[in-house]
Ligand binder design. Structure first.
Ligand SMILES: [Cu+2]
Length: 489
């Protein structure tokens, strides 16, 4: 009998196991992408209902959010039309869903005022539209960002339904010339409700949803992860091939603890910030797993294995705390061998590395906190410094433009909360009063339950001026009050 190569056996066994679940195997492909032309990227985006009854972004009549690609200095112009039905279809977290919507450009260093990244005054009710013009500053760091809907009280349901897309600021090869010409894979990880129908058992089996709880959470898991809308797709990579993966955790309220089995991630950026920009002497991080809170982004080089068994991209169970929601482990994608690397004819157009003076923030790190954010919760809601968000509230804090400020985040509850502040990156340098090894600049940081995180907020950019917000990025908590205003002045 002819011998069958081990790789073929593994692939066959794998295909058979998928055939048993009755679901088609999908090869992962990048979302459609739009590039700026003449320094302007102009598009019309709709919010509407899919055939399955989910809220979704629609572009060119399809429920598929394009990846928006711009360079520093470009303008993003979006006409955003709310075509959601006017009837009150669903119950949102704090009342019937009004089906209002708007856009947030998560992580971008842009103005928080209309018509830029304004989630407070810009809101479209069904039948209304919004006109965004977002100026990307000439000195904007290159990296992976994302856009999503942000109506207070309805964010959770709309983002869970899938109203999100990727946004790339070009030029990361100016920090990492080795990325030029590598095949690029955009991975948008979203949550999907598994429901209670016969399909739910299929979904649970397909992703091998872990039945073992790893924290105090007692509820039954009710969500799985999808990648670019597919349940457990395949990602092709040839042995030894290097690919550039750009992954966003676009789930409404689930953490990812990512691992590529038997492999490491060569991390070049987190939350859109190239590590080399602030830490050129230690410009990559080799990690065998990466904790990514909701809204976090990972940009890393991965290399196809030469070993026989292709690995899987998995998320491990995350202990979200005694009061936390279940966050079980599961398979996100299968890595399958490809016979040869994709030929990349793209000429390696290298960008010039921007001038940037590495900051010395040691004095501010040692200074007492200039502001403390305390997360608490009870059976009536979720709070920052004892208050629930109100649209007509005064700013909880004012920050002087041009400053760097030590803030302390205190989590006085029994579950995890990720802090996000709009438009601003911060250096997370201590957790539970202990210095973090190799600290990173982020725009969303996990705060351990019963613990603290110390950060240096970068309020230095004069573009960031006006009223904005900071909040927990578990969007069910944000909807139930865990958000507050900040005035950059
Ligand atoms: Cu929270």
């Amino acid at each position: 009998m002819r011998s069958i190569r081990p790789v073929a056996v593994i692939v066959l066994a794998f295909l058979c196991s998928l055939a048993m679940t009755g679901m088609p195997v999908q090869l992962l492909s990048n979302p459609p992408e739009l590039r700026a032309k003449g320094h302007i990227l102009s598009l019309t985006l709709h919010a509407a209902i899919t055939n399955d009854g989910n809220d979704s972004f629609f572009f060119n009549g399809q429920p598929n959010a394009p990846t928006l690609r711009l360079s520093p200095g470009d303008q993003l112009k979006i006409t955003y039309i709310n075509d959601l039905p006017t009837k009150l279809r669903e119950r949102c977290l704090i009342g019937p869903c009004l089906d209002m919507t708007n856009l947030h450009f998560h992580g971008l260093t842009v103005s928080p005022d209309r018509p830029h990244d304004d989630v407070l005054d810009m809101m479209a009710m069904p039948g209304q539209s919004l006109s965004y013009t977002v100026h990307i500053p000439k000195d904007h760091p290159p990296g992976l960002y994302w856009y999503h809907t942000h109506p207070h009280g309805e964010s959770y349901q709309q983002v869970l339904d899938g109203m999100s897309g990727a946004l790339v600021i070009e030029g990361i090869d100016s920090y990492y010339p080795e990325l030029a010409g590598l095949p690029e894979q955009i991975l948008i990880v979203r949550g999907r409700s598994i429901g209670r129908g016969p399909q739910s058992a299929d979904l649970v089996g397909r992703v091998k949803l872990g039945s073992d709880a790893c924290g105090g959470e007692s509820d039954t898991p009710d969500e799985i992860f999808t990648v670019n809308g597919s349940v457990r797709p395949q990602i092709e990579i040839a042995a030894g091939e290097r690919q550039f993966w750009r992954l966003v955790n676009a789930s409404a309220d689930r953490y990812l603890d990512l691992q590529l089995e038997g492999q490491t991630f060569e991390v070049v950026a987190m939350d859109g910030m190239p590590i080399d920009r602030h830490d050129p002497s230690h410009r990559t991080r080799i990690a065998d797993h990466v904790l990514l809170p909701p809204a976090g982004r990972l940009e890393a080089i991965v290399t196809g294995r030469t070993a026989q068994a292709p690995p899987q991209l998995v998320s491990h169970c995350v202990d979200t705390g005694p009061e936390g929601d279940p966050n079980p482990g599961m398979i996100l994608a299968d890595i399958v061998p490809r016979s040869a690397p994709v030929s990349t004819s793209k000429a390696a157009k290298s960008h010039l590395k921007p001038d940037f003076k590495v900051l010395d923030l040691a004095e501010e790190e040692k200074a007492p906190p200039r502001f403390t954010v305390t997360f608490t919760e009870d059976k009536h809601g979720f709070y920052i410094n004892g208050a629930k968000f109100a649209p007509d509230a005064a700013p909880m804090v004012r920050a002087k433009v041009g400053t760097f400020q030590h803030w302390r985040i205190v989590n006085a509850s029994a579950e995890l909360h990720p802090l996000h502040i709009h438009q601003v990156h911060f250096l997370a340098y201590a957790e539970n009063d202990k210095p973090i090894d190799d600290p990173l600049w982020l725009d969303t940081v996990n705060v351990p339950y019963g613990g603290t995180v110390d950060v240096i907020m970068d309020f230095s950019d004069p573009v960031i001026k006006g009223m904005s917000v900071f909040h927990c990025h578990l969007l069910n908590h944000e909807d139930k009050g865990m958000m507050a205003k900040i005035l950059f002045e």
